[in-house]
Ligand binder design. Structure first.
Ligand code: ATP
Ligand code: MG
Length: 280
């Protein structure tokens, strides 16, 4: 296993190599020695019957940093983030949230701790309006006589402010339904919802895979915005360009094992490609 993410290295961003034009020009800061990860997986393993999905996997996600989780089909990426999101427990190993061991019995418990996960297919409810999608689960209510109703004015204001915070220019009506908006807009809405909920860890599973270049760029901007607001972000992607353009750190999974963890300025595109294809 390779680990170059530690605080000791002071290498500067590299100026050559095929991947470099893809990188934004931020200087990636080393992780402070005393920083406690928002989320840490320690030696996590998981199997499904005869299939071994994860073996002794460890990763760390820090406040104000984007960790790209890379790996081939079947490498175990989704399984890992489902464990981090409380969808199912690990068979072995431990999760630590803000330095303390934690177990989740269901996704609701993870959400309550401030872990917001955007699953690619379930990002947005098709039948709900833009506003309802953003405030989902925290709808402001008002009493009308003996009945409680959604306070639509407040809900619209909340949705507008969440979208504004993210830098989304929403020109159509907030009453537009989820099914009528594009894949990129859906991802942005889901990210707005995660930010609105004040999560401390945002996990995105392949948010750009179905998107055209421009839309993907916008979604990546929104992810960077969430990071700049101080969230820890775990971004799963198949796309090295996307990973290299926004990530601070990268963890590569190969056949259920960690093949390496790097700071973004310490790895070349070629090396990433080789690692992803490596036998774990
Ligand atoms: N619910 C499940 N039941 C049985 N096997 C599963 C289940 N979920 C995942 N697996 C298996 O675990 C392994 C890891 O799958 P996982 O979905 O985590 O990979 P992935 O890295 O997300 O792949 P992809 O890039 O294709 O999304 C695969 O062999 C997969 O077939
Ligand atoms: Mg997956």
């Amino acid at each position: 296993m390779t680990d170059r993410s530690g605080p000791t290295s002071d290498r500067l961003p590299m100026g050559s190599g095929a991947g470099d034009s893809l990188r934004d020009n931020r200087t990636i800061q080393p992780i402070p020695e005393d920083a406690v990860p928002v989320m840490e997986a320690v030696g996590v393993s998981k199997g499904f019957g005869a299939t071994t999905a994860l073996v002794d996997v460890s990763l760390k996600a820090y406040e104000g940093r984007i960790l790209a989780l890379l790996g081939d089909n079947g490498a175990g990426k989704s399984t890992l983030i489902k464990i981090l999101s409380g969808v199912f427990p690990p068979d072995g190993g431990e999760l630590r949230f803000h330095g303390k061991p934690v177990t989740f019995s269901n996704p609701g418990q993870a959400r309550q701790r401030g872990i917001a996960t955007v699953f690619q297919d379930l990002a947005v409810c098709e039948l709900l309006s833009v506003t309802r999608n953003v405030v989902l689960g925290r709808e402001p209510q008002k009493w009308v006589g003996p009945l409680k109703w959604l306070d639509l004015k407040r809900a619209d204001a909340m949705a507008r402010s969440a979208l504004h915070r993210l830098g989304v220019r929403w020109e159509r009506g907030l009453e537009e339904r989820g099914m009528n908006i594009s894949g990129g807009e859906r991802q942005s809405l889901a990210i707005a919802r995660a930010m609105f909920f004040g999560s401390s860890l945002l996990i995105l599973d392949e948010p750009t895979s179905a998107l055209a270049v421009r839309q993907a760029g916008r979604v990546l901007d929104h992810i960077a915005r969430a990071r700049d607001e101080g969230q820890a972000v775990i971004l799963i992607t198949h796309n090295f360009r996307h990973a290299l353009s926004v990530a601070d750190d990268l963890t590569v999974l190969a056949q259920g094992r960690v093949a390496g963890t790097f700071r973004r300025d310490q790895i070349e595109l070629e090396e990433l490609t080789e690692l992803v294809a490596s036998v774990g």
